[in-house]
Design a protein around this ligand. Structure first.
Ligand code: ZN
Length: 200
């Protein structure tokens, strides 16, 4: 989609190492902000400023001017958790739960961010947008993802204890890792150690 090109988000591992993660879709970028159940401890969406900061880090370009209410932050978490479960279900070959799809569809039913073109030919967003508009744009992206040609390419990273969800848009469709420099590399190092262990 226009204006949605990305080189990924910078995440930080439990050891503090930074790595780049491109989940391949705007909506999946939101699933890095926390999640349901055991992922609650990774929650970063507490205040309107937190949600605005996520928008600035996301592949939305340029960053929209936002006026977000606290209630919209609560909605963002509910929507994010539903999306997290639905995408993970799809990745593992399970049918998503109806309630989660209802939350996604309800969020998408609001008016989305309004795109605008400037005299310089540059793309922007019209006026200041609400949190509901921001979330609608993200939820519409989720509907596109879950119903689109890459729906069968939604995956959970193969890394041990890594639950990052991405859509594999590579031509061969062989992406296994959230990030080569993170889980991909850890896997390589482990495989090397195991091989050496066999020899020694
Ligand atoms: Zn990973």
């Amino acid at each position: 989609m226009a204006g949605l090109a990305s080189s990924g988000l910078i995440l930080r591992s439990h050891t503090g190492a930074r790595y780049r993660f491109d989940p391949g879709a705007l909506c999946l970028e939101l699933t890095t902000t926390g999640g349901p159940g055991e992922f609650r401890r990774f929650e970063v969406l507490h205040t309107p400023a937190d949600l605005a900061a996520w928008a600035a880090r996301s592949r939305l370009s340029p960053t929209p001017d936002l006026d977000i209410s606290q209630a919209e932050v609560d909605t963002a978490r509910t929507f994010r958790d539903a999306l997290f479960r639905a995408a993970t279900a799809r990745a593992t070959g399970v049918e998503p739960v109806r309630d989660d799809l209802d939350v996604i569809n309800r969020t998408a039913a609001h008016l989305p961010l309004t795109p605008a073109v400037g005299p310089d030919g540059k793309r922007s967003w019209a006026a200041t947008a609400t949190g509901a508009q921001l979330l609608s744009t993200v939820a519409r992206d989720a509907v596109e993802l879950l119903t689109g040609e890459y729906a069968h390419r939604i995956r959970v990273c193969s890394g041990e204890r890594c639950h990052l969800v991405f859509v594999d848009t590579s031509r061969p469709g062989s992406r296994r890792w959230c990030s080569m420099e993170h889980c991909g590399n850890q896997h390589k190092v482990r495989a090397l150690r195991e091989r050496r262990g066999e020899k020694g």
